[in-house]
Design a binder for this molecule. Sequence first.
Ligand code: GRE
Length: 332
Amino acid sequence: MLGKVALEEAFALPRNAEVTEWWAGLFAVDAAKHTREINDINKLRIEKMDKFGVGYKILSYTAPGVQDVWEQEKADALAREVNDHVAGEIKGHEDRLGAFATLSMYDPKVAADELRRCVKDYGFKGALVNDTQRNDESGSSMIFYDGPEWDIFWSTVQELDVAFYLHPRNPTGVFYEKLWAPRKWLLGPPLSFAQGVSLHLLGMVTNGVFDRFPKLKVVIGHLGEHIPFDLWRINHWFEDVKKPLGLDCKKTIREYFDQNIWITTSGHFSTPTLEYCVRELGPERILFSIDYPFESFEDACNWYDGVKLDGEKTVKQIGRDNAKQLFKLGKF
Ligand code: GRE
């Protein structure tokens, strides 16, 4: 399919070579190729978009990004630097490239103000934030965004009417040492990423964020970070056990998935799993994505271009039309 839209597409800051190398060492087999691809924003990337039928991409700063910076001033400054950098790189390519704001998640008001600046001054399409903000050197202390102190931030996201993409990051500190270091092959895509994001998103649901901000639009990648598979069980336990015990969120988990939550195909190119998600959530909640350069254009696009689903309309909805609507994209 031509004109696909992709939404979980990473770039790095060339000056941050050390961090890029460290992260590539954890996840990329070919670090030199990875560095070349992730530092490029508008050349190699647009060539690949042309070759593989991707019309438009929304870019985001690579994980763990600002969420791994444990001093607030440095985190705030890095977020602004990243946003100014990507705004400069997409200038002149607005018909092909957009961006998500990178945010420092220490202070809800600072995060809200930076998001507003990026949306108003640069036309960014929303924010992509990594699961939990590290806030001490050891990595054992972290900030979640699901408590009432974050209401000022969520009210800004809702008021600006943009989407918020909750993206995984690596576990740190005592959590890393106890849970993951002894099982290091499970770090990242095989398990830890999905566990982190699903905990955080379900925390937002059960702590009432979507009840207080019913128009909030949240996107998660990797075909829903394992939640769609568990939807029946989560619903059963929320409705039949936890609500009688005092859980006071207003709607069912299925209603939040109908009204507030979208999932993408980033890094998850399985036809039976996609077909299952279409049945479980509906085609309007699903958006194509690649997860470049952690995954390849070839794998994602060749897979999606062969997917049939229940007809061309659904394929186009997931490949492009849902994203056009959610992110109010013009012509490309
Ligand atoms: C990502 O950011 O989505 C990512 C990584 C590392 C490995 C796989 C992956 O940062 O999807």
